[in-house]
Design a protein around this ligand. Sequence first.
Ligand code: PLP
Length: 371
Amino acid sequence: MKTETIAIHTGNHVDGSSKAVIHPIVMSTTFERGEDGGFPGGHIYSRASNPNRALLENVIAKLEGGADAASFSSGNAAGMSVFQSLAPGTHIICPDDMYHGLRNQLKNLFAGILTFDFVDVNDIEVLIQHIRPETGVIWVETPSNPLLKITDIKKVVAFARANNIKVVVDNTFATPICQQPLALGADIVMHSATKYFGGHSDLMGGALITAEKNDWWAKIRQVQEMGGAIPSPTDCYWLVRSIKTLPYRIKGHVHNTQLLAEFLEQHPKVEQVLYPGLPSHPQHQIAKEQMLAFGGMLSFIIKGDENDTHNIINKLKIFTKATSLGGVESLIEHRATVEGPDTKTPRNLLRVSVGLEHIDDLVDDLEQALF
Ligand SMILES: *Cc1c(COP(=O)(O)O)cnc(C)c1O
């Protein structure tokens, strides 16, 4: 089956008893035993598994081409479950522009349990310098946030394999519609389902997808079940519903973002546009090789200072001034403010989550705000 078909059909099946075409939300926390003491419905207790969660995990696993998926109550809970599954003392090599929420999690919650370095993971020389006998994981986030840097997944995987290290890819910005890290050799893919999977800025969720069901995956499942950072049946239902339109939403996001990037790039008030779909992007070639499409996120650096960026944002009428991404509405934010005092993000950078409004309206809005 092709992606569009998988998205619609593999997160749903017709309910056996009611024949409801759309699988109902099963709120029950507990499931009846059979006469032999077993569980004929396949579920025991909803922290361990639930029909709606099983359907969600099935569609996410199929979309990423994985052997299995585990869903969580947020992207951070998914990331945290990876860290909690590692033996104490494990060393992780992370990107220097790792999503700040996960970087803060490592620094604040895992200091003294795990060790980690934040480096340019796309540079093999740098990896060679930082690798240790206890290095267990290389963490990749591509395109990265907010600089839209591209990491060559195949190159990192080749290095990791040769050194018996696992690779985890945060695929939130790309989604499986734009990039399939497992097919490029990654071991685990992570998502904030809050973003494009949900797609409407109205629910939180996270997911992990594994290339194979191995001991590490069993440990992650154990963290999920014992830790209990699970999504509710209702959230699973809405995610399954939203994922049905993911392939078409992404086509719209990609279309608008490419055109907006081209508009901004020729604008006299814009210093630089960061979007992997532009030939001027320093890693456009790698992006072309490993991505199926270039995604719906871009950043741009204006000719001016921080104050000018705030003036631009305040003049916008269609773009909403808010953090987050992946919804149908366009969002814009001054990223350095969000990331706090130790950020390396340029102070005249604006990050845009390009929505599904008509591109002419988005261009007009930015045009009037930039003048
Ligand atoms: C939002 C985000 C996360 C964290 O996900 P939450 O759902 O907010 O917990 C992780 N990685 C990336 C790239 C993100 O954009």
